[in-house]
Design a protein around this ligand. Structure first.
Ligand code: PY5
Length: 305
């Protein structure tokens, strides 16, 4: 899916033309993966474009930066406003939003504390990450031979650019083997998450998702789906899952900002099947929520105008 260009990208407080939003080859983060980022979506609602849980995404960006000892030279409020401004000036009713905090040009050693900290916010129209067919009929998953990283090696709790080498290895392996997406196990062998999504299974009417201690990111879609599922009357628990739990799940799905809510139809060639009733209900409610159609969740939408 090639990028769809828009007019402007926000860089360190200025709106620059898309083609001019470039960096020097000696940008620290380009060499060592020392940046942190977010993935956010704006949706079209009857009251105009609105960003889903924007402040919470920016707060997570600051938590990621803190873990890497990066001092962001802006406040949460300023970056929330930068996101809204970038969506607004590009005239988009819905889009994907990518704020990035990176260490720039100036120092090349592994002590990053003296490097300049740069911030950019790019937006572009982006369809659902795993495809419309995946959203409707489910995706085929493979348990990766790559493990999620140990929290004492590279903390999966931080959404750092460097940790995505692990995701890329798993994603490419899965795609080359003919699957849509990979599931990574923790160093202890429990199910952790996917390359850019959290995972849920349904068993006997209860939803189970791996705890953060198994290496799952504290996903904002995971949290939204947990709230929605409980409000629909389902039990949701955080518990360790074995790969065999996935094979015998009644239903399973993955969640993420880019991917949204996507049913899982197979894991390692064990068929789970077409999306089940609980997955369908949660999916329907989630998509209605982001479009601003569910009264009780309207507070999750931050309007750009
Ligand atoms: N786990 C990982 C490793 C992720 O990268 C993401 C988000 C999630 C879980 C889900 O988190 P949330 O629900 O807060 O989005 N991934 C990014 C996204 O924008 C990048 C995907 C290419 O969805």
């Amino acid at each position: 899916m090639p990028l769809d260009k828009v007019e402007k990208i926000w860089m360190d407080g200025a709106l620059v033309d898309w083609d001019d939003a470039t960096v020097h080859v000696l940008t620290h983060t380009l060499h060592y993966g020392s940046g942190v980022f977010e993935g956010i979506r704006a949706y079209e609602t009857s009251e105009g474009a609105a960003v889903f849980r924007l402040t919470e995404h920016i707060e997570r960006l600051f938590r990621s930066a803190k873990m890497l000892m990066i001092e962001v030279p802006w406040s949460v409020e300023q970056l929330v406003e930068a996101v809204k401004e970038t969506v607004r000036v590009n005239g988009l009713s819905s889009c994907y939003i990518r704020p990035l905090v990176y260490l720039g040009y100036g120092e090349m050693g592994l002590n990053p504390l003296a490097s300049p900290v740069n911030v950019s916010v790019a937006v572009w129209p982006w369809g659902t990450y795993l495809g419309d067919d995946g959203v409707r009929h489910g995706v085929r998953m493979k348990i990766s031979s790559w493990r999620r990283q140990d929290p004492n090696i590279n903390p999966p709790a931080a959404k750092s650019t460097g940790i995505y080498v692990n995701s890329i290895l798993a994603k490419v392996e899965a795609i080359k083997a003919g699957y849509d997406e990979a599931i990574l196990l923790s160093p202890d062998g429990y199910v952790s998450e996917c390359t850019g999504e959290n995972i849920f299974v349904v068993r006997d009417g209860t939803l189970v998702t791996p705890p953060l201690s198994a290496g799952a990111l504290d996903g904002i879609t995971r949290d939204s789906v947990t709230t929605i599922a409980r409000d629909l009357g389902y039990d949701v628990v955080e518990d360790n899952l074995l790969r065999s739990d996935l094979y015998i799940a009644d239903e399973a799905f993955l969640t993420g900002t880019a991917a949204e809510v996507v049913p899982i139809r197979e894991v390692d060639d064990r068929v789970i099947g077409e999306p089940g009733e609980i997955t369908r209900k949660i999916q329907e409610t989630y998509f209605a929520t982001v479009r601003g159609e569910v009264e009780r969740y309207k507070g999750w939408l931050e309007h750009v105008a």
